[in-house]
Ligand binder design. Structure first.
Ligand code: ADP
Ligand code: MG
Length: 496
């Protein structure tokens, strides 16, 4: 076991009295060079790979995924708490998604200037007028957290909940054996089996898919993975496809684009979704969550048709909308979790992860938040209702943006959130480069997956479904994994 004590938002190893990861840092150059090379080889051999930027449509040549050399410390008790909280969050989001009036009311102001959310809300309105009762639900979610480095408790604070395309957990499960290897290679004083938890995202997701497919109840009907034409991250999706097949080889699985559905799909008289002569049981969106995924009306046609069909959409439009930043801001208000969940212990556990969120809507409350943000922008993050990273505004840019839009309805399309200053841990990035990695102060975002299946009336499955860790250099506001700014990581459970 590795014992740590907190020190100014960092982990201090009780034994060595060093600020550290599982091993003593910095590493001497010769050891670092060898570990860097071995880590890449080990990652490739365990299938922690992506397609390349040059050849995003072919698996002939693949690249080692950018990753941390060593796993990211998180107090064991927090990791287990968050796993349990995820089950409550699954329930919360499911209940929100069934409360159409709440979704409509909450998003009304945002849609004045946010066309994307507005369009989804319109689709929801239309489908509500039709009879969609009885359709099953498949929710695959992920909640992301930072450990708050501003106090010695290092409490986990929620960054956001994702309700669409919450992926990357399957491919990241291949990183756990790599970190077990490198941690031991570098003499990490810990029991790697106890300190590096198994990531069962593939099994949990696959199982949820199979349950939902059974609820749809037509043996020939397929699960379709809705993907983009170029998928560098195809292996993450493939692992789930193979995982489903491992449970039931007879489940048909197809990979299609939104354009395929929009142009070739049709609805039967009894609202079965047919794509290329195949009936669809489940529409799993790994695309279609940002405006740029919609280049024509054809893609919107696809989403509309799927929403009107009997097929189980993962997520359905309502759950997609429940994952917007605006809904999350409103849910963080006092009394709002309680509106959906009556058990006080569950409410308390969920609320403990929240940090301050504020409406920027036109009105007194929004004005107050704007004044606060203009006064000390460094303490906030300004978020639009968008997904996929790279959309938020930080620091002085918040002031500039707010001064520009404070008298327009554009401000309704954003929310304000307290900035979390995460725990920092020194570490190395293993990336595609001939140079030796440099020791940098890193911050890690811990993602907890959840899976929930309902038959339309009752919840038949609700589980914690694995984890995901993304690490980036401290001070970098945002940066994608695929471009190597953020890197993949795994949790290292420490006693605390
Ligand atoms: P997206 O849907 O684009 O992933 P997020 O809310 O996750 O939106 O924000 C993107 C990134 O911005 C996060 O991964 C995190 O690095 C950073 N971020 C978001 N909210 C906060 C916050 N409250 N404090 C500090 N950093 C944040
Ligand atoms: Mg995010």
């Amino acid at each position: 076991m590795a014992y740590y004590i907190p020190l100014n938002g960092r982990f201090l190893n009780k034994e060595t009295m060093e600020l550290d990861s599982p091993v003593k840092l910095p590493l001497p150059d010769s050891l670092l060079s060898d570990a860097n090379n071995q880590s890449k080889d080990c990652a490739v051999l365990h299938g922690f790979v992506f397609r390349t930027i040059e050849n995003p449509t072919s698996s002939d040549i693949v690249m080692c995924g950018p990753h941390a050399l060593l796993p990211a410390p998180i107090p064991r008790k927090y990791f287990h708490q968050l796993a349990q909280v995820q089950i409550y969050i699954n329930e919360l989001l499911y209940l929100i998604s069934k409360d159409y009036d709440f979704i409509r009311e909450t998003l009304k102001s945002a849609t004045v200037s946010d066309n994307f959310t507005g369009r989804l809300l319109k689709i929801l309105e239309t489908t509500l007028k039709e009879d969609i009762a009885g359709t099953g639900v498949l929710a695959l979610l992920r909640s992301d957290y930072f450990l708050d480095g501003s106090t010695d408790e290092m409490l986990p604070k929620m960054v956001e909940i994702n309700t669409i395309a919450s992926g990357a957990g399957a491919i990241q499960s291949n990183l756990t054996p790599v970190h077990k290897y490198t941690t031991q290679l570098l003499g990490g004083r810990c029991d790697v089996e106890k300190s590096l938890p198994t990531n069962n995202n593939i099994e949990k997701y696959s199982n949820a898919f199979v349950k939902a497919w059974e609820i749809y109840g037509t043996p020939k009907a397929a699960i379709i993975f809705v993907v983009s034409r170029t998928e560098r991250n195809i292996f993450d999706q493939r692992l789930i496809e193979f995982g489903i097949k491992k449970i039931n080889w007879d489940i048909p699985i197809k990979r299609v684009t939104l354009l395929d559905i929009g142009s070739k799909g049709k609805l039967s008289d009894d609202r079965r979704l047919i794509v290329d002569s195949t009936e669809v049981a489940i529409v799993y969106y790994r695309d279609g969550y940002i405006p740029s995924h919609f280049t024509s009306e054809m893609e919107w046609n696809a989403v509309f048709m799927a929403a009107r069909s009997r097929a189980i959409c993962c997520p359905n439009v309502s759950l997609h909308l429940a994952g917007t930043k605006k809904v999350q801001q409103v849910i963080a208000k006092p009394g709002m979790v309680e509106r959906f969940i009556s058990n006080p212990d569950k409410v308390k556990a969920i609320r403990a992860t929240f940090t301050g969120q504020y409406s920027l809507d036109i009105g007194a409350e929004g004005d107050e938040a704007i004044a606060m943000a203009i006064n000390s922008p460094e303490n906030f993050v300004m978020k639009p209702n968008k997904e996929g990273g790279g959309n938020n505004i930080y620091g002085v840019d918040i002031r500039t943006k707010l001064l520009e839009i404070q008298n327009t309805s554009e401000r309704n399309a954003y929310i304000l959130m307290d900035r979390i200053f995460p725990v920092t841990v020194p570490g190395y990035k293993v990336v595609s480069s001939p140079e030796l990695p440099k020791l940098q102060n890193m911050v890690s975002e811990f993602g907890m997956f959840g899976a929930l299946v309902s038959d339309g009336n009752d919840v038949v499955l609700n589980e914690f479904a694995g984890h995901l860790v993304r690490t980036k250099p401290n001070g970098v506001d945002e940066g994608g994994i695929m471009v190597g700014v953020s890197i993949s990581d795994t949790p290292f459970l420490v006693e605390f």
